[in-house]
Design a protein around this ligand. Structure first.
Ligand code: SF4
Length: 388
């Protein structure tokens, strides 16, 4: 049993944000923490992990996520990249992505990113409308949301993605269609769309609980999702994963590793890793606390909070879940040869019923793919196909 793609993905979590967006449950801090001491700790973590993992597969992709990675000075990003190059084989890196927020993007900053070899941007626009941005407590305004794409292009970036969120409470429906229209009119090569989820522990959850705002209904969310699929498809975007739409040639390579059960190592507080070169496969999660993260690394201790050994059953479940989200679909022979699960035996009735109900396409080339209707209930379809 070996991973499908013998290249490692590297994820770097930068845990700084200027302020808290109302819906966010990622790990970040808004206090004025020292970037220098964080980068020092992060580089130490890279060195510690390299001792165990660098001799395995070369690195295929690097992804800076957060938090807000674009709050880091290019010199700090350069130090991290140099440390990766020093300790891992980065000669085969095919994509280096950084998440940027519109308010941080200047032509000098973008030029510095390009000089570092960062060749893909993921821009946290979320909406082109001022009301939405204020509701979400984003730092940037609507003017900046609309001008950042041109700034990015002027700096020579043609490979970039924007994030947009639908299903905001009380958002006029025409805002969402207008958001998509603006993105398409600017010929943005990759759009990630997320239905707003009301996560525990967020200011938004608190507001909903107090009755100050009302969450969008499931029906409205589904309508907007279906509209998104149709609208972007008509404009030549490939809907290649539930949340991801790309013009030909602009699929995200790094994310493909997650959906293929390929190895990846996450650095930084709260980062997750997945490593499967023998049995069992391993998953670990770093501590979700910047101070603790740095303190552990000062003591030369790997900053791990949770370690998990994944059974083949757990891996099979996860693989079904991941693959059904993709347009490439779930390949049944691969599922059997790699995970020992024959869905045509174990779930033959469910497969027939899901097809008859219009949730999955007729199986072709041993591959199960969701229909557009199935995409709106992806989790339910997945639950019906999990073996055991
Ligand atoms: S900028 Fe991103 S990570 Fe930071 S609070 Fe907002 S959504 Fe969360």
């Amino acid at each position: 049993m070996i991973p499908l793609i013998a290249l490692t993905g590297i994820y770097i979590h930068i845990p700084f944000c200027a302020q808290r967006c109302t819906y966010c449950d990622f790990y970040f801090v808004t206090t004025a923490s020292s970037h220098a001491s964080f980068v020092e700790a992060l580089c130490k973590e890279i060195r510690i992990r390299a001792a165990a993992y660098a001799s395995a597969d070369p690195v295929g992709t690097i992804y800076f996520g957060g938090g807000t990675p674009s709050l880091l000075h290019p010199d700090d990003l350069g130090r991290i990249i140099a440390t990766l190059n020093e300790h891992f084989d980065c000669s085969r890196v095919e994509e280096t992505t950084i998440e940027v927020n519109p308010e941080n993007v200047t032509s000098d900053y973008l030029a510095a990113l390009r000089a570092l070899g960062i060749d893909r941007l993921s821009i946290g626009i979320q909406s082109f409308f001022e009301d939405d941005l204020r509701f979400m407590n984003r730092v940037h305004d609507a003017d900046r949301a609309r001008s950042v794409v041109q700034s990015v292009r002027d700096s020579g970036y043609d490979n970039f993605s924007i994030d947009l969120i639908f299903g905001l409470p009380e958002q006029p429906p025409e805002y969402w269609s207008a958001n998509l229209e603006i993105a398409a009119s600017m010929d943005v090569p990759h759009v990630s769309t997320y239905g707003l989820t009301i996560e525990d522990g967020t200011p938004l959850k608190n507001k909903v609980a107090r009755g100050l705002v009302e969450a969008a209904s499931d029906e409205d969310m589904n309508d907007q999702f279906r509209f998104t699929i149709d609208y972007l498809r008509e404009r030549d975007y490939e809907h290649y994963e539930i949340s991801s739409f790309a013009k030909p040639g602009y699929r995200a390579v790094h994310n493909h590793r997650y959906w293929s059960h390929s190895n990846y190592i996450g650095f930084g507080p709260s980062a997750h890793s997945f490593w499967w070169t023998g049995t069992p496969a391993l998953r670990w999660a770093n501590v979700r606390n910047l101070r603790q993260y740095q303190a552990l690394l000062t003591q030369h201790v790997a900053p791990v909070d949770e370690n998990e050994r994944l059974s083949m059953d757990a891996l099979a479940d996860e693989y079904i879940l991941l693959r059904l989200r993709t347009a490439d679909g779930l390949h049944l022979e691969e599922l059997e040869s790699r995970y020992g699960v024959d869905l045509l035996v174990e779930r033959v009735d469910e497969l027939a019923d899901l097809e008859a109900s219009g949730f999955i396409q007729p199986i072709r080339n041993q591959t199960v793919r969701l229909t557009d209707l199935g995409k709106t209930v992806c989790d339910t379809v997945t639950a019906r196909l999990l073996p055991g």
